[in-house]
Write a protein that binds this ligand. Structure first.
Ligand SMILES: Nc1ncnc2c1ncn2[C@@H]1O[C@H](COP(=O)(O)OP(=O)(O)OP(=O)(O)O)[C@@H](O)[C@H]1O
Length: 279
């Protein structure tokens, strides 16, 4: 496997996000799960497009079908209608060029493998040499803010935040075009979460990735994204797509003090709560 050429610096991204070619197109996607009574319609008629280099978040009321949507996009679950195309090719199974990071890092990482083996696994299956794997794993661990010596430890010896950094390193090592993230920071404490948000923004800018990020957290969606896709309650469809015109680079203090941040947060909250079942 060839390593990426030197990652471009954040300032080298000449085009504004969202101005690139269509990278991921979701068109009329539907998914029903069979049950004793017939079927549970989880999502129906979900359509949106991600352009190259864009950071897009999906939000919606609890149980609206966010995980179902992401699983269909990742080719892990066959949709019952509609289509997904990645780089112009129909997704019919897990496609090359796409990596997934789950909320539950134990789903991303094998506890019986060292951190180095976990991160290097995609390269191993592509028959990279041991030296190449070692070099790239150390580079990626540094990139996600971990000391390369962590490579010799096991996932269960690390904190939740560190494990999620390892999962991000592993997702990046195969140079995916698109990163799908399913509530990746929902299982860590608030301070760790803000650190991971800023890490993700740095990685996104440096590697010029296209990211689709599912979250329950409206603040997080506004802070991170170029655009927010709001889903209705299940069976869900897209009720709104909102641009986030906040300047970049984002900053946990300055961005959140910007009146546009508060305005957008309130708007997304209103759209999501409209469809929330009573507690
Ligand atoms: N394997 C399954 N079999 C049957 N129904 C399912 C299955 N998985 C999900 N569902 C149903 O599909 C709908 C959407 O579920 P999904 O987990 O995708 O939503 P979500 O938005 O990710 O949920 P949450 O807000 O809890 O993260 C729900 O009504 C759920 O009960």
């Amino acid at each position: 496997m060839k390593p990426d050429s030197t990652p471009p610096s954040p300032t080298a991204t000449a085009e504004p996000p969202g101005s690139g070619a269509a990278m991921l197109a979701v068109d009329g996607l539907a998914k029903s799960y069979p049950n004793k009574k017939g079927a549970v319609r989880a999502i129906e008629q979900v359509s949106f497009t991600l352009h190259e280099g864009e950071f897009v978040s999906i939000v919606g009321p609890s149980g609206c079908g966010k995980t179902t949507l992401l699983s269909c996009i990742a080719g892990l679950l066959p949709p019952t209608g509609g289509s997904v195309t990645l780089g112009g090719r129909a997704v019919t199974g897990p496609p090359p060029g796409l990596s997934v990071v789950f909320q539950d890092y134990s789903r991303s990482l094998f506890p019986w493998l060292s951190v180095e083996s976990n991160v290097g696994l995609p390269m191993k299956s592509e028959r990279a040499s041991k030296a190449e794997i070692k070099r790239d794993v150390a580079r990626l661990l540094t990139q996600v803010g971990l000391d390369p010596s962590v490579g010799g430890r096991y996932p269960w010896q690390l904190s939740g935040g560190m494990q999620q950094r390892v999962a991000i390193a592993r997702a990046l090592i195969s140079h995916p075009k698109v990163l799908l993230m399913d509530e990746p920071f929902a299982s860590v404490d608030a301070q760790t979460r803000t650190g991971l948000e800023d890490l993700l923004l740095r990685v996104w800018e440096e590697y010029n990735k296209t990211i689709l990020f599912v979250t329950h957290d409206i603040d997080e969606a506004v802070y991170l994204s170029d655009r927010i896709v709001v889903l209705s309650k299940s069976p869900s469809s897209v009720v709104a797509e909102l641009e986030v015109p906040l300047p970049r680079p984002r900053d946990q203090f300055a961005t959140k003090e910007n009146p546009v941040y508060a305005q957008l947060r309130a708007e997304v909250f209103r759209l999501v709560m409209k469809d929330m079942p009573a507690a």
